[in-house]
Design a protein around this ligand. Sequence first.
Ligand SMILES: [Zn+2]
Length: 105
Amino acid sequence: MSQLSEIKCPVCAQWSNWTGKVDAKCPHCGAQLEPEHLKYEQEKKARTEQTKESSYLIIKDTDDTIVQMGKQFVNWLRWSTFFGISVIYFFVALMILVFGVVALV
Ligand SMILES: [Zn+2]
């Protein structure tokens, strides 16, 4: 039995060795062997990049200095807001713990 798996080309229907790569092409006609899978991978990648872009502003070299400073400030503000909320939650939890211990004593 062969260890190699084969894949059928969706365009020319020829069988070829399956390399496991998402962007594998048919050696007979050059068509994408897994167009659906490739599309899915590309969409997933695009979505990840989109999420990254929406959570933080990308500072480009082509931006004016004032724009870069503005973006840096917004990024810092977002980060510190997130950090600040975490600190507040931590203090609230600590207070509950401290007062709980005091009430027991
Ligand atoms: Zn083909």
